[in-house]
Design a binder for this molecule. Structure first.
Ligand SMILES: Nc1ncnc2c1ncn2[C@@H]1O[C@H](COP(=O)(O)OP(=O)(O)OP(=O)(O)O)[C@@H](O)[C@H]1O
Ligand SMILES: [Mg+2]
Length: 289
């Protein structure tokens, strides 16, 4: 595979009151340019930690992240993050939160007027044009999340890192944002890593779904290739047998992991390695250890 973003045997151990906590143990993933990858796994397994390491906000204890041949050591505008808990600057308006990022990235390449229009365009995309002058504490959680998404998209990053970006949205807005994201991803061809707890969302949006083992010492458990033609239409896919097969595979993985004793992961991965060959349609499901 032509590797663009390389998450190379990443391990991280945090010091805690009860001693060192090994959260990730050799997370290994190669992402192609323009690929849309979802990360899925049980709460607390380390998904946000992986994303923060790719963002350059956390440093791996062992291993590292390489983007276009260069090691990632710090945050940069080539990797925009939509955080799990929206992270707007509270003293700036909705407009200024996005404009600040636009100015940072396009100071040299766009005029003032262009930066203004680009800021508005991205806020329109998430339907926030009616609240440009409001401060973050004057809008709802879902609205804050939409502004965070607008800010990230406006940066046209090479890599878009999204941590449960649509979790706080009502289902209609969520569907709309998913469609917008697919359209933007198609148009810009950026590489996306998105964390989600929503199985339908993962299958609808992704080229690959990376399923993480339970923590501690989490790693990549299985990878599901989603081979559905793009552009994808949510209504048509609801009736599509392949879509439902992929969906069932992810649900099965999550159920099997539920209540499994911690530290029992190596065995599970080995079990899967032998099991998957005999399951119908399992050729797309690769177990890797
Ligand atoms: N700075 C830190 N110091 C100590 N422990 C940490 C730190 N950051 C994360 N952890 C621990 O690492 C583990 C993974 O956390 P993380 O936030 O990555 O999980 P997650 O998979 O994103 O969970 P969720 O789905 O609930 O968001 C948790 O046990 C968490 O308590
Ligand atoms: Mg998280």
């Amino acid at each position: 595979m032509n590797s663009y973003l390389d998450i190379d045997h990443v391990s991280i151990t945090f010091p805690t009151d009860k001693g060192p906590l090994n959260v990730l143990d050799g997370v290994d993933l190669r992402v192609r340019k323009g690929e849309f990858v979802s990360l899925i796994g049980h709460s607390g397994c380390g998904k946000s930690t992986v994303l923060n390491i790719v963002a350059g906000l956390l440093q791996a204890t062992r291993g590292g992240v390489i983007l276009e041949g260069r090691e990632v050591n710090e945050p940069g505008p080539d990797r925009a993050v939509v955080f799990q808990n929206h992270s707007l600057l509270p003293w700036l308006s909705v407009y200024d939160n996005v404009r600040l990022a636009v100015d940072q990235v396009f100071k040299k390449s766009k005029s003032r007027a262009e930066r203004h229009r680009w800021t508005l365009h991205n806020l329109e995309l998430v339907h926030m044009e009616h609240a440009l002058d409001r401060k973050p504490d004057e809008i709802s959680g879902g609205m804050k999340q939409r502004v965070g998404i607008a800010r990230a998209l406006a940066m046209e990053p090479k890599v878009l890192l999204m941590d449960e970006p649509f979790g706080a949205l009502d289902s209609l807005t969520r569907a709309h944002m998913q469609d917008s994201l697919m359209e933007i991803h198609h148009r810009l061809g950026n590489t996306v890593i998105m964390i989600t707890h929503d199985v339908d969302e993962a299958v609808l949006l992704s080229d690959r779904i990376v399923m993480m083992t339970n923590g501690p010492s989490a790693r990549v458990g299985e990878i599901l290739e989603v081979d559905l033609k793009r552009p994808r239409d949510r209504l048509a896919l609801a009736e599509n047998p392949a879509f439902n097969h992929y969906r069932a595979e992810v649900v099965r993985f999550l159920h099997e992991r539920h209540d499994r004793p911690k530290g029992d992961e190596s065995e599970t991965v080995e079990e899967k390695r032998t099991d998957t060959g005999s399951e119908p349609g399992s050729e797309r499901l690769r177990a890797i250890g």
